[in-house]
Unconditional design. Sequence first.
Length: 228
Amino acid sequence: MTLLDIEKNLPGKAPSEKSATINRRLQNRDKLEAEILEQAVRLFAECGYEGTSVATIAEQVGLSKQNLLYYFPSKQALYQRVLDDVLHVWLERMNSLADDRREPEELLRDYIVAKLRFSRDQPWGSRVYAMEVIGGAKVYGADIRKKVVPLLRKDIEIFEKWITEGKIAAVNPTHLLFAIWAMTQSYADFATQMNLVMNRKQLSKKDFDDAEKLIVDMVLAGLAIKPA
């Protein structure tokens, strides 16, 4: 619904009253969309795309199926939005690596920390993305190619520049990034296995702090970067 649509439904009101009403409705809409996405990402992560229905998501939010479809016209549209939100965060992190004004140690440390924090704070989103990829990226493959590949190439160019300048050891940049993704995302995607092995209900902040130090130290050592 656009602002014009809302205004048309507000006959006989002064401009200031209309503006206040519009703002309230838009805020309520944003809040409800956030609630829908919160339940959708959890259910897609737990049950997969095929195992999740719009009716179940609507029930969790306290809406009818028809009311939910007013906000998201189909299950695929909702699934697409969930994956878009996940990828948006990841792409921001990837883009930060291409900042050649900063030193490799600082950039890599911040990148690893950000990836681990995403796994800690938004595990459902990470799992939905992982399940989509494991399943062959049938719904989201084109988006991955279009959005991830250009940034990956930019990051690879930065790594190659660092290698040429002697700032890091000569490594394969593509596989370095694959390794960082695997190490950081496993703390969301395979948290259940980790909890089972360590006999606990969930990973603690200390677990993530320990993982951060280990992964950062391993990457810097592998690139022959001495921590400042």
